[in-house]
Structure formats: C-alpha cells, structure tokens
Design a protein around this ligand. Structure first.
Ligand code: UDP
Length: 371
C-alpha cells in the first residue's frame, strides 16, 4: 500500500485518486480552493447549473473515456453551436456553410471553396507558420478579419502572428450546413452539473479530502510524509520559478442573475470584435435546454486577462519559447522530483480538454500501477 498525496481536486487529481483508492492505496487530496472540481466546478443557482469557471462541454471520440465519465453522471445530448456576434452581425460557428452563406451569399460547397481559395491565395502557397497564416489558409481573409483576429488577440493577449497555428486548428471547418462545434463522436453536459463527477470520484473510504489547504505552506513536510505526490498545480511554481516563469492566460468572470426567461437564445455567444472587452457571454440554462426557474436566467461574461503570480491560471500559452522552458522544468522534474507525478493542464503545461485530462490521468495510472 502506498500513501499518496494528491495536490488539487480537479479532474486529473480526482481521476488519479479514484483509481489509486480502488487499488487499495491510501490517498489524501488537498485543494487550495474552498470547493472540489477545479475549473469544472458547477453550482446550482435558481435551478440552473452555473459553470463558475467558463463553459465546459464534454466531448470525446474515445469510447473508453466516454464510458468512463458516464460512470459518474448521466449526460444530456447538448451539442455546442456557438454563434459569433461581430459588431451586431450574427454568424454561425464553427466555420461552416451557414457562416459562408451569411457572409458571402454562397449556396453550394463548391462556391464556398472557390471563395476561400481566392482569399487564401494571398499566402501564395506558403506553409502556415503562425495562427494568422493558418486561419487565412483555412477560411480566407474575411472570416479571419471578422471572426478570428479580434477574438484571438483579446483571448491570448498576443498578436495572431505570434501565436501557434494549432490553436485555430481546434475549430472544425466544414463545407456542410452543420453548426456542431466539435467533430467528436460523443458530446454532452452532465445532468445536474460537473461537481458531482468529482464528488463521486472522491467518495471512497481510502480517500480523505481537505479543502482550503495550500500545498506550498508545508511543501517540505508533505514531500517527506507521503510516499508519492501527484501535483496538478503549475510546474514552474512547484520549483519556485527557478528556471523562469512560464506564461499563462487568466480570466475574469462577471456573473449576473437576470429576471427574464431567455437573454440571448443560445448557451454561448462569442464577441469577435476587438473593442468589446469580453470574449463571450454564456447563458447557463441553455446547456440544459432551458431547465430552471421561470423568469430567471444566469449569464456570465468572460474577460481574458494577463496572468501574474497569485492569479488563477486558466490556459498555458503553448508557443515555442514557453514549450522550450516547460521542457527544462520537465527535465528537472524527471531528475530531481522522482516521487512527484505532474499532471493536468498546469502540471503538464498542455492545453488539454476534459477528455484528454482523463486520458492523461489514466495513462499515469497505468504506468503507476500496471508497470
Ligand atoms: N476562435 C476564434 N473565434 C471564435 C472562437 C474561437 O478566433 O469565435 C479561436 C481563438 O483563437 C481561440 C481558439 O479559436 O483561442 C480556440 O477556441 P476554443 O473554443 O477551442 O477555445 P476555448 O473554449 O478552449 O477557450
């Protein structure tokens, strides 16, 4: 039997704790915030599950991970179909025939493709090397200007020419009239919210949980008292930033309860112009098809923010420089912290989706317990 300390009660930590406890190990989970579930935390307000840290839509093409997460909650059939508001003009996302039709009046896929080809010709066949080039190469200059540039520069606090191309490849481009934001085989929102998933994972006689506990207040003691530590915080903070700071992006959320039934008619509306200071407004009840009290709705505006020490980090900024610095921290971890497992978006400095977090935790579990 091994004594594990899991630092952080988010999806990575909880998945690891659940699997370790199932195998008879003793697990203590500490969490610096006053609630479980990290950034997937949801809370009921007026019968509506409010995503306290931004929209979370579970999607995966991995049947094993879909079945795995369905142990802990029943999922509804929600399909994410955000709309973009560009200075009052409304477009469907992701980029598909509805978007192309609204923008250019084209009707057929051939016409849309011809328009994209005409606009991307400014790249003269150059292989895209940054987000701007990648975006133009995928959808042409009009969509880049109206739906990508302003949003992306607000979101990341960098020029699109300084950002990696992979970020825009997260979004599908389709020559069909299909507004599904994801290409995955499985998608949905847990009925009753996400928090229950982590609660159920941690409900085991071998697991104890302590909230409001800061690992760094007693780091040396923790490292001494436990056989192994699973650390899901920021890897650079773990090492006291001694090789330098990794870059993160932070967010600020402004949540309001409104005395009306339906504020914006969709769960997610992106504001893609450069001037509006927030990137999106989510109206939580639409994740569960309008469930909740009548004449009440909860909306959240999401403002991107620079990150500095002490702020909540939400996104790693995975450009070349930061990835190179992460690699040096990873080497440090491999050589000087052999009893520590680093996991999750912050521990592994990767822009993971929820299914990838569970996948990464299960890979760690396999390595740890099955050799
Ligand atoms: N994006 C955009 N316009 C949009 C939505 C997304 O340009 O209306 C770009 C933006 O660069 C963003 C990236 O696509 O960071 C990935 O979007 P996604 O919705 O996957 O971001 P997340 O929900 O993880 O913040």
């Amino acid at each position: 039997m091994t004594k594990y300390l899991v630092v952080g009660a988010g999806l990575f930590g909880a998945t690891f704790a659940f699997e370790a406890a199932k195998r008879g190990h003793e697990v203590k989970v500490i969490e610096k915030r006053g609630h479980l579930a990290g950034n997937i935390y949801t809370k009921e307000v007026h019968g509506i599950q409010v995503h306290q840290f931004g929209a979370h839509i579970f999607h995966t093409s991995n049947k094993k991970i879909w079945d795995y997460v369905n142990q802990f909650a029943e999922f509804n059939r929600y399909t994410n179909s955000p709309v973009a508001n560009y200075n009052g003009e409304i477009y469907n996302l992701p980029f598909n025939m509805n978007t192309f039709n609204k923008l250019w009046g084209v009707i057929t896929p051939k016409q849309a493709q011809a328009k994209i080809d005409e606009q991307r010709s400014i790249l003269a066949g150059k292989k895209p090397e940054n987000l701007e080039e990648q975006a133009i190469s995928l959808v042409g200059t009009d969509i880049y200007e109206k739906l990508i540039k302003g949003y992306t520069e607000k979101q990341w606090g960098h020029k699109t020419t300084e950002l990696p191309a992979f970020i825009i490849r997260r979004l599908p481009v389709r020559l069909t009239y299909d507004n599904n934001y994801f290409n995955d085989s499985y998608q949905g929102i847990p009925m009753g919210g996400y928090t229950q998933i982590v609660e159920k994972m941690l409900q085991h006689e071998n697991i104890t949980v302590e909230l409001n506990k800061d690992f760094f207040a007693k780091k040396e003691e923790y490292l001494r008292d436990y056989d192994k530590v699973v650390f899901t915080g920021m890897i650079d903070e773990f090492f006291d930033y001694k090789l330098g700071e990794l870059e993160y992006r932070s967010l600020r959320f402004e949540t309001e309860v409104l005395d009306e039934d339906n504020y914006q008619g969709n769960a997610v509306v992106n504001y893609t112009d450069a001037k509006t200071p927030f990137t999106r407004i989510i109206e939580h009840k639409h994740f569960e098809f309008g469930k909740g009290e009548k004449n009440k709705t909860v909306i959240t505006r999401e403002y991107p923010a620079d990150w500095k020490r002490g702020d909540e980090p939400y996104y790693p900024v995975n450009n070349k420089e930061n990835n190179a610095l992460y690699k040096t921290y990873k080497q440090l971890a491999d050589t000087q912290a052999q009893n520590v497992i680093f996991g999750g978006r912050l521990g592994q400095y990767r822009y993971y989706n929820m299914d990838q977090v569970i996948g990464a935790a299960l890979v760690t579990v396999d390595k740890e317990f099955e050799g």
